[in-house]
Design a protein around this ligand. Structure first.
Ligand code: CA
Length: 309
């Protein structure tokens, strides 16, 4: 009896010693290849100390990941942004000596990352889409319909969005060209469908299924939120609630539909997060009753690590 108890107590002690270690041990996020984060439309790397990926690089680096934050045009087509990202990936590889990178793209950053994996698969270990606009967004369709090419309303819309994009670019030190009309076209359902026909890797063939888990040696993953309002003191939740009306009841994160977000292996498409919670915005104001976004990123880095990526 005593012996059994001693063995049981010993095992319990061992479990208690190992449990915290497995969740946060040094090396938990230490992927084989560097992680490159790719921002969405009207995004940036950092404006002064303020990160687009709020606290995420630090959370990943804390247990060993090498993290690089790309800066591509705040507003431009997927292909133009993709070429910019390809150049950046080569710079990261030259700086680190790494043979490949793991790309994580948010919103328009997801198709941007997919472009690089499509044209240069040997440079990419994995692509992860977070709230990715892989099949377009309805707000872009509505805006495109209201601002037809060549119309006065298009000129007005483009000048406003170009102005915002140029301001963001100026503040973040981005010297890339800003082309809002091209960005908008890439984000429409039609624009996304054209892009997917040329770069189909990992895109689900059904409306809301999973895509191939691995294509040309590149692993594909995705996750997204499915709520617009998650934190009452976050100033962007109200506008997101309004934007979510465009989905007419379809599951969405305020800006991107859950089905559109799906790519490769779907980790989840229904976190209690909105489009900005997915990057821990605004300033960490997220859903207190959902897994913290920083934890989701850390878990994913560990997933990549366990897969040898
Ligand atoms: Ca938020």
């Amino acid at each position: 009896m005593k012996k059994t108890f001693a063995r049981w107590a010993g095992m319990l002690l061992l479990a208690l010693t190992l449990a915290p270690a497995s969740a946060s041990a040094a090396g938990y996020t230490q992927t084989k290849y560097p992680i490159v984060l790719v921002h969405g439309m009207l995004g940036w790397n950092s404006i002064g100390p303020y990160e687009y990926w709020f606290g995420i690089p630090g959370a990943l680096r804390r247990d060993g990941a090498q993290v690089y934050v790309a800066q591509v045009s705040a507003a431009n087509s997927t292909e133009v942004r993709g070429e910019q990202l390809l150049t950046y990936v080569k710079q990261v590889m030259a700086a680190t000596g790494a043979k490949k990178v793991n790309l994580i793209g948010h919103s328009h950053g997801a198709p941007t990352a997919r472009y690089v994996a499509s044209v240069a698969p040997t440079l990419v270990a994995s692509v992860t889409s977070v709230g990715g606009a892989n099949k377009g967004v309805p707000t872009a369709d509505i805006m495109r319909a209201a601002a037809a090419p060549g119309s006065y309303s298009e000129t007005l819309l483009v000048s406003i969005v170009d102005g915002i994009a140029k301001t963001i670019a100026f503040l973040s030190g981005d010297r890339n060209a800003q082309m809002s009309a091209a960005a908008l076209d890439s984000m429409t359902t039609l624009g996304a469908a054209k892009f997917n026909a040329a770069h189909p890797q990992g895109v689900p063939l059904t409306a809301c299924g999973e895509g191939d888990y691995q294509v040309n040696g590149v692993y594909y993953f995705s996750w997204s939120g499915a709520r617009s309002v998650t934190n009452l003191i976050d100033p962007v939740d109200g506008p997101l609630k309004l934007a979510s009306l465009a989905f007419r009841g379809e599951k969405n994160d305020g800006l991107v539909g859950s089905c559109s977000s799906r790519l490769g292996r779907v980790i989840r498409d229904d976190y209690g997060m909105n489009h900005f919670d997915e990057i821990n915005q605004v300033a960490g104001l997220v859903n207190l009753f959902e897994t913290n976004p920083l934890t989701v990123y850390r878990q994913h880095a560990n997933r990549l690590r366990e897969m040898g990526l």
